[in-house]
Design a protein around this ligand. Structure first.
Ligand code: APR
Length: 320
């Protein structure tokens, strides 16, 4: 039977998600937005492209949560995006209120769904979504690591003149400026990135520059677009997570997942490698971190914790 995929937020990322999911025929799509016309208009526009593209899925737009009832997958992008000069953290107050509404909307209508959150500031918003909705932690994940890794791989592929499909990497930690690209866990063909530095195939300063550009990858796009934030790469990343769940691929992907002692942290969401299959997050993989990687990871988790504290000040329920 066809899966039902609901997209909460029909803005830039939501619309792109709908288009990609339709082309891949991952399931029937419900595009939800408080702006009803936006959801309906985009749904109709995408549906009308099926005559050209040939996909065979149903797609509707709505502003009523009843239409999302019994979704298999929900992808959330409801919220405001960044404007130039803003950090993801500046979105906290507004997006917390929005995510509470979304949690209320989905918890009774789709309690069994696999829920992927994309709204920023990512790690703290996923935590809030889980607390507000009460859905099981293995069924609520955040999309960030796939996007950050894809940016890192893209910059490396250009620098090394190597097809991106030959590059395997993970960016872990929180989805902010302290995120942790992992040169020791990055492979180009079968070579580790740090060995390429030793062999002078890439200089240490160039690598540092790429790490820094990856960390600020979102801001670079915000500055260029002037009116919003990235949406093609975030949408593609969200679709990869949905597909892993729907097709029970048991793929290992860097995602914001609930830590219950893994990597030495408890009761917090942060970017780690997880295996996604038909049971949602089936496993958190604990890869060995070198000293330097571990200390960068700790800095990043502390930044997430600070934001969680800020969220608890806005809504004390989140501190419990
Ligand atoms: N319920 C549902 N949808 C909502 C709500 C709500 N309570 N509040 C706002 N929205 C909708 C808006 O109407 C808008 O159409 O969310 C949509 C967001 O779309 P965009 O403004 O185009 O933002 P987008 O680029 O898609 O990013 C969404 O993802 O990556 C993050 O930082 C980004 O937090 C931002 C989110």
């Amino acid at each position: 039977m066809s899966k039902k995929i609901s997209l909460i937020g029909a803005g830039q990322i939501g619309g792109t998600l709908a288009h990609l999911i339709a082309i891949k025929e991952l399931g029937n799509i419900v595009l939800f937005d408080v702006a009803e016309g936006l959801a309906k208009g985009k749904a109709l526009d995408i549906a009308q492209s099926s005559g050209v593209t040939g996909f065979n899925v149903n797609i509707v737009g709505t502003n009523n949560y009843n239409d999302t009832k019994d979704s298999d997958v929900i992808i959330i992008t409801a919220g405001v995006p960044r404007k130039p000069g803003m950090s993801r953290d500046d979105l906290l107050g507004t997006n917390l209120k929005i995510i509470k509404q979304v949690a209320d909307g989905i918890k009774s209508t789709s309690p069994k769904a696999f829920v992927i959150c994309i709204t920023n500031p990512l790690d703290v918003i996923v935590m809030a979504l889980q607390k507000y909705s009460g859905l099981p932690t293995n069924m609520i994940v955040g999309m960030a690591g796939i996007l950050d890794s894809s940016r890192f791989k893209y910059f490396l592929s250009k620098e090394l003149n190597e097809p991106i499909k030959n590059i395997h990497s993970m960016v872990l930690g929180g989805h902010g400026d302290t995120m942790v690209p992992m040169p020791k866990h990055t492979k180009i063909k079968n070579k580790i990135l740090v060995d390429l530095v030793k062999e002078n195939k890439i200089s240490k300063s160039k690598l540092d520059e790429i790490v820094n550009r990856t960390r600020k990858g979102g801001a670079e796009i915000v500055k260029l677009l002037e009116k919003g934030s990235a949406f093609y790469a975030p949408a593609a990343s969200g679709v990869e997570m949905a597909e892993a769940y729907i097709k029970d691929q048991k793929k290992t992907l860097p995602c914001a997942a609930y830590l219950n002692g893994e990597y030495g942290y408890k009761d917090i969401y942060a970017g780690v490698p997880v295996m996604i299959g038909k049971n949602g997050v089936e496993k958190i993989l604990e890869i060995e971190l070198e000293n330097n990687e571990k200390s960068n990871f700790d800095v990043s988790i502390n930044a997430v914790k600070e934001l969680c504290n800020a969220a608890a000040k806005i809504d004390p329920v989140l501190g419990k």
